[in-house]
Design a binder for this molecule. Structure first.
Ligand code: ADP
Ligand code: MG
Length: 701
């Protein structure tokens, strides 16, 4: 009986049956999809609280756990209008500065009441920034003298917050679980033993235990995610992603594609009709593509190349080869402006070869769409350029052989899968101008083969870049005026501004009016995201035809727009832009043979870091270097725009900090799949189970 009580938990036991949880807490966790004991132990500590020493107020870093010693100088109960709620606030001070500690409920009424003004306390938690001030939300507060930190509490895991559950409670549930487990270590392991041995990993169970109950001798290792416990779990997260990619790649390799026949002589003919010579890099990439599309397995190729290197022509030639063989191409782009631009390009390039080109965007009239649907389904049109509408609308192709996706980072990884033809899997060509550092590209695009255009067309001038401090702003615009008088054109870019920020920040619309009235002799135009597609198109056309000389815009011109006469790029509030974004914007100029300039004007209030960013831009034109730096500064999620990137949300892994583990995980996943492509071996059954959904897609082959 006693034994039964002691070991009453299995991994799949419902969390609410754990002693100390119960239905109410169980429900709270249920809401965040934590239902079982297994789920609970897989909520990893976000970080660890280092209890070895006190921090001074001056060294506090937002979102980092800390302990401070301070005096209580005030207690307040602030009523909120909403539903009779109150905020309980304790103001603490170190003698110089004060920080409020806020509680949105009062769990320990007596404690709050007993706390005296003037008392010295110890506050544990993390500070956040609220309206420009540091605040502790729901910290733990102890009388400074009474509690000596227990040896075992020198380092404490800090879990992701959930409702009002305290860290203390989470830790005590964790203790109960590990005390009362009936299930064995082996039940948790899913990796085959050869892999564990080969990569020197520890068991999953040991890893979890070590993660939740840190060893206080090794605080620094924990803080830096260097323990073997953390490493094992980081490995697992990467491994899962890499298995997913490896299985996808495997599925593609065995899928049914259409083989496109291709003759060298036709390629020669095409080259003669292009107004420039293809670069060696472009030719090399085309060779890769030709080889792929001749195969009966679908191509899945990523084409990487810095802005302006000439990816579009590569795409159009590929489409032409398919059209010549009697097949269709869908060309997907992220914005309406880009669709229009590519459409025009495609028309002038492809129609002389007798290829019919159409355009499909979301804002098109339904009647027009209906006609277009028929045209595509009948095979009357061979190349269709469009936005998301290409996958959203119910479009059927007659013989779709090739799908091209431009500026991939704007589309989710999953969307690739949506464009399918009925009879076979089309070939995929995915193009991106975000020079993705190797670490990231293999994590996100590990399922794709990669080609790189690492050479710019000759005759390009480099873009002279300047970081500009606010006081020199006028000089920039005077310079713009001079360039325009020489016949050039310019862009002036503003960040997207929220309504509430309008007072502090310059925005496109207001500045357009101001600049226009100041520099009266110039022709100004404006482009914002709010305008209708027709309006945008009209503005872009006027800019192309030089009717508009300076285009004031939000970041809608960021990707792909190609106006070779434009030679000046002015970015206002440069402090609000990320490196990769500035690089993309800068790529809009320097496309012709004119000397080009990029000015990064900082707003009145810029941080040291943002000024440094502008300086990095001034120093380097190399997109890859910029991307590496950007990744370092912003972290992978934000780097690719988390939701757009299709990157999973890792719980513990970090692609920069843990890049070595990422390499290992990739190697092991791809190894495993090449050894046992259909996961048939006995020792791989657990992995197969884990990837059941995915492995269903592995076609016999
Ligand atoms: P991106 O790779 O950024 O999409 P684009 O395809 O828009 O670049 O090409 C930028 C410009 O370079 C276009 O005006 C295009 O016509 C031109 N271009 C492309 N390839 C060459 C080349 N081999 N020689 C000269 N100009 C080229
Ligand atoms: Mg492009």
């Amino acid at each position: 009986m006693k034994d039964y009580k002691k070991n009453y938990l299995k991994w799949e036991t419902s969390l609410k049956y754990v002693k100390g949880v119960g239905p109410r807490l169980g429900e709270i966790f249920e809401k965040i999809h934590v239902r079982t004991v297994y789920d609970f132990v897989h909520r990893f500590a976000r970080t660890y609280q280092d209890n070895r020493r006190f921090s001074s107020f001056a060294e506090l870093v937002p979102e980092q756990p800390c302990i401070v010693q301070a005096d209580v100088i005030k207690k307040k109960i602030i009523p909120l209008r909403a539903r009779n709620k109150k905020i309980y606030e304790i103001l603490i001070s170190d003698g110089n500065q004060s920080i409020p500690c806020r509680f949105f409920t009062m769990p320990y009424k007596n404690w709050f009441n007993s706390l005296r003004v003037g008392e010295k306390v110890e506050v544990r938690g993390k500070v956040t920034v609220f309206r420009n001030h540091l605040t502790f939300n729901h910290p733990q507060i102890f009388p400074a003298t009474s509690e000596v930190i227990k040896e075992e509490d020198l380092i404490l895991p800090i879990y992701p917050e959930v409702d009002k559950v305290t860290q203390y409670k989470i830790r005590s549930i964790m203790k109960e679980i590990f005390k009362s487990l009936k299930d064995e270590e082996e039940d948790l392991e899913f990796l085959p033993s050869w892999l564990i041995k080969q990569y020197g990993l520890i068991s999953k169970f040991k890893a979890l235990k070590g993660l939740h109950f840190p060893n206080n001798q090794r605080v620094d290792e924990y803080l830096n995610f260097q323990t073997e416990f953390q490493k094992r779990l980081i490995f697992d997260e990467f491994f899962e992603l890499q298995m997913y990619l490896a299985l996808k790649k495997q599925g593609w390799k065995t899928g049914e594609g259409v083989s496109i026949s291709f003759e060298e002589s036709f390629f020669e003919e095409i080259q003669k009709k292009i107004p420039f010579l293809l670069t060696t890099a472009q030719k090399k990439v085309l060779k890769d593509i030709f080889k792929d599309i001749q195969s009966t397995h679908p191509m899945h190729r990523l084409l990487q190349g810095d802005v302006g290197c000439g990816k579009t022509v590569v795409a159009l030639i590929s489409a032409l080869i398919c059209a010549k063989a009697g097949y269709q191409t869908a060309f997907m782009v992220p914005t309406e402006i880009l669709a229009e631009q590519h459409y025009k390009n495609a028309l002038s390039f492809l129609e002389p070869f007798g290829v019919k080109v159409e355009k499909l965007t979301g804002k098109m009239k339904p009647s027009k769409k209906r006609i277009l649907r028929g045209v595509l389904q009948s095979g009357f049109c061979q190349v269709c350029i469009g936005t998301h509408a290409l996958i959203q609308e119910d479009i059927q192709f007659y013989k779709l052989a090739l799908v091209i996706i431009d500026e991939q980072h704007r589309f989710g990884v999953h969307q690739r899968a949506l464009l399918k033809s009925k009879a076979f899997d089309p070939h995929f060509l995915v193009m991106t101008a975000t020079p993705i550092p190797r670490t990231l590209s293999m994590a996100v695009y590990g399922d794709l083969d990669v080609s790189v255009i690492d050479e710019m067309p000759s005759g390009r001038s480099s873009v002279e870049t300047h970081r500009v401090f606010p006081k020199n702003r006028k000089k920039v615009f005077d310079f713009v005026k001079k360039e325009i008088e020489k016949g050039r054109q310019a862009y002036v870019i503003y960040p997207l501004v929220e309504e509430s920020e309008k007072l502090d920040l310059k925005n496109a619309r207001d500045q357009y009016e101001k600049l226009k009235s100041y520099y009266k002799t110039l022709n100004w135009g404006i482009l914002t995201g709010r305008m209708s597609p027709e309006e945008k198109q009209l503005v872009m056309e006027k800019f192309l035809e030089k009717e508009i000389q300076v285009l004031v815009s939000t970041t809608v011109v960021e990707v792909g727009v190609d106006v070779s006469n434009a030679s000046v790029m002015v970015i206002e509030h440069a402090e609000r832009f990320g490196l990769s974004q500035m690089h993309q914007l800068r790529g809009r100029v320097g496309r012709g043979s004119y000397k080009s300039y990029c000015f990064l004007i900082l707003g009145e209030r810029f941080s040291k870091e943002s000024s440094q960013r502008a300086y990095i831009m001034q120093k380097t034109l190399d997109g890859f270097k910029i991307a590496e730096k950007d990744l370092e500064i912003r972290g992978p999620g934000e780097f690719l725009g988390s939701r757009q990137s299709g990157l999973p949300n890792f719980k513990i892994a970090n692609m920069i900090r843990d890049r070595e583990i990422l390499f290992l995980a990739k190697q092991s996943a791809f190894d495993l799949i090449s050894q046992d492509p259909r996961l048939e071996k006995e020792e791989h059954q657990k992995i197969k189970m884990k990837f059941k959904e995915l492995s269903k897609k592995i076609k016999p082959g």
